[in-house]
Write a protein that binds this ligand. Structure first.
Ligand code: MRU
Length: 366
């Protein structure tokens, strides 16, 4: 997508020097900065400390991490080491293990001297596939938005609500939950997007930055506002992303997603999840009990980061000294609360049968 008129992906291999570059999301939405990832430490820190974030982008970053490391040392031992180090960075998004396992399975049978080139081609392929998957999710989601728009008086906006940032910077491009929005905007359908702040990391500010850059009308709201807006008929549809969806359709996504699904259910608002197939964990049936939920640092909750009056990035404490703090980063929305899953192959019910119907070859491989 474009930033200040220039097309970017969120991660890319630069033609000028072959280095892997990312949009460094620690500084957004205030500063647009680019960083080079080179050492294994760089890649691990980038994922763990959220210079990059969002399930699909985490997977693509890990694949590039393997590729850069294979150029340094293509031995079996190093391949296993890189896999272990990167796989330990964040526990919840399945795309991380999906990408690392795919890389290791492809590289293992190769002679060591062939691994560096093959690993880079595979990382490029994973990135390209992600872009195409998300483009297709956008096309399928656009169908839903068109249906809502068609039932409204001409010119009245379709009102969507989204949580966290499942936008183009959470993927390689297009985003998952935002891809239908970008497609709708291109099709000339007026939108009004309610953007959940998404404390503690305020990923909603990233979504607001994205939508603002693309001229899509939106309002940044507190995490507690969605239920009220739904009660007053101000939300036509909720679309979120996912970090791991079980074979039975339970959806693990950013903390607070479950509460939005409950409110949507209570108010008859359709609740859709944009789901790229690499985010399906076919080995898990019970999301609540089987998906590891990341616990992040207490300071993410006790402090709020923002831009100060002088234009610098400042962090201020909001909790009293001595208060305990808990910071679970994800929650699980049971399949029964999900109206449908928007995948690259179409929309299906959040169920084993629904997913297996669209992805029979993946379902039967487990
Ligand atoms: O902790 P984050 O910012 O990596 O969490 C991101 C989310 O929860 C997204 O909604 C999810 O990864 C889907 S991204 C297309």
């Amino acid at each position: 997508m474009k930033v200040n008129g220039v097309s970017y992906r969120s991660i890319w291999r630069d033609a000028s020097d072959g280095a892997v570059r990312i949009i460094d999301q620690r500084w957004l939405p205030h500063d647009f900065r680019i960083a080079v990832l080179d050492s294994l430490d760089d890649f691990a820190a980038a994922i763990r400390d959220m210079w990059v974030r969002g399930a699909p982008l985490i997977g693509a970053t890990a694949a590039y991490g393997v590729a850069v490391q294979m150029a340094r040392d293509p031995s079996d031992a190093h391949l296993d080491h890189v896999h272990a180090v990167l796989n330990a960075t964040r526990p919840t998004a399945i795309n991380l293990a999906w990408a690392l396992n795919r890389c290791r399975a492809a590289l293992r049978p190769l002679h060591a001297s062939d691994r560096a080139g093959a690993a880079m081609r595979l990382a490029d392929a994973i990135a390209d596939e992600d872009v195409e998957i998300n483009r297709r999710i956008g096309e399928h989601g656009l169908g839903l938005i068109r249906e809502i728009a068609a039932a409204k008086p001409a010119g009245e906006p379709v009102r969507l609500l989204t949580h966290c940032n499942a936008g183009w910077i959470a993927t390689v491009d297009w985003g998952t939950a935002t891809s239908p929005m970008y497609h709708a905007a291109e099709a000339g359908i007026p939108l009004q997007v309610w953007v959940d702040e998404t404390r503690p990391r305020n990923q909603g500010a990233l979504t607001a930055w994205e939508l603002g850059s693309h001229g899509i009308a939106h309002s940044y709201i507190t995490d507690n506002a969605g239920g009220h807006l739904m009660q007053h008929g101000l939300v036509d549809m909720v679309i979120t992303g996912t970090d791991r969806t079980t074979a039975t359709g339970d959806v693990c996504n950013k903390i607070g997603t479950y509460l939005k699904a409950l409110a949507a259910h209570d108010n008859g608002v359709p609740f859709y999840v944009a789901l790229p197939s690499p985010t399906i964990d076919w080995t898990v049936a019970d999301g609540l009990r089987e998906i590891p939920i990341e616990d992040r640092a207490a300071t993410e909750v006790s402090h709020v980061q923002g831009r100060d009056a002088a234009g610098g990035i400042a962090s201020v404490e909001v909790t009293p000294a001595g208060s305990g703090v808990a910071n679970p980063a994800f929650d699980v929305t049971p399949a029964r609360l999900v109206t449908g899953l928007i995948t690259e192959r179409g929309i299906c019910p959040a169920s084993r049968a629904g997913l297996a119907g669209l992805f029979p070859e993946l379902a039967s491989a487990e």
